[in-house]
Design a binder for this molecule. Sequence first.
Ligand code: NAD
Ligand code: TDX
Length: 394
Amino acid sequence: MVRRDLLTKTQGLSSKTQYPIPKTQNLRPKTLLVTGGAGFIGSNFIHHIITEHSDWEIVNLDKLTYAGNLENLQDTENNPRYRFIKGDIADRKLVGALFSGEYFAANSLTPNTQDLRPNIVVNFAAESHVDRSILDASPFIETNIKGTQVLLEAARTHWLGSKTQDPTSNTQDLRPNIFLQVSTDEVYGSTEKGKFTEESPLSPNSPYSASKAAADFLCHAYWKTYQLPVIITRCSNNLGPFQFPEKLIPLAITNALENKPIPIYGDGLNVRDWIYVLDHCRALDFTLQKGKPGEIYNIAANEERTNLELIHRLLDVMDKPQSLIKFVADRPGHDRRYALDASKISRELGWQPNYSFEEALTATVDWYLNNESWWRKIKRGDYAKYYARMYSHR
Ligand code: NAD
Ligand code: TDX
């Protein structure tokens, strides 16, 4: 069980979601096309937006792959400002119909065909697990690269039409549209020392990060060539509620709750920089409101830990024995360290993380403790086959 003395630190966390975001003048009401909103970060983002912005509309387009789960959005599904559409971002026809408004008319989602045409895209949809990209890169190419290009092209066609915007004009306050690409620190590759800034060259090492880097390059190209108002964010490793238990932290928490071994790759000294998912969502919200088209923003909380330090602490918090740790064969091409310099988003947009690593960890453990049926259902399904394939002979 979780140590209550640590859990008390998380009391009152919800009050931290109340924060002043400076309002930008002259922005028209927002209709967001959120892709991949049934996944981990996307569902947290939708909860955040519904709570914080009473006049924003959300259309969630999600293919519902193994990682998509509508249970993540149960408390949102009846909200009149939220609609779910099951579909693929790489489906050119469907995406075109969403941008033109035809889809909404044809499906009687709105009496006015124009109402739900997106003026903002927040693209979370992705194949997101490095280990799966090592088993089979194909779905990563389809979704992360082709899917992003389909979205970019639809945005270009429907937002810009035949006109182009002048990239040198001050479009910040009057911009009607934003294409926000949710990218990752992994595109920079690995570094033993120092931190990556937005100017660092991209050097991805896994099929996953290579596909995300390719999508970033496409976004950049659509900005430079067509002046499509694209913003890219690159965030470090997230932890928090609703994370699929293939990723290290939820895998470790749920295995520990079942008194099963926790597999640590290699020597366990690989370093990741951790951020609470709600802090990432707030940073994306700041970016939508104050970010500048054509810019890239790193997002991180400056909380580096080796995997071994992280799991030691997690087992302490959960009051579980360290003997659950089991060293297993390393991940091929395993990046040694990710580290981001996130001073630009703090300096230019005024964003700071609200949660310390300790608070984030205890809140996350608490969530998995209180939502056992959520993760047990996942672990019983296809996940069991994946787990056996990935870990049984490791
Ligand atoms: P996730 O795997 O939990 O969720 C991905 C979602 O996308 C799922 O709901 C899935 O059904 C959906 N999806 C997949 N393919 C799709 C397609 N072709 N069309 C429509 N929907 C599709 O991922 P996550 O951890 O929430 O990550 C979200 C985004 O954030 C990804 O782009 C990822 O690269 C990025 N990111 C993640 C982290 C992290 O630590 N998890 C850190 C930085 C950036
Ligand atoms: O069983 C495990 N044992 C282990 O030691 C797993 C699943 C992971 N690890 C290690 C590998 C990494 O060094 O833990 C670290 C974290 O692994 P993951 O949770 O798989 O995350 P990572 O590979 O760092 O990538 C994550 O952060 C960046 C997300 O999955 C990406 O979507 C995001 O872009």
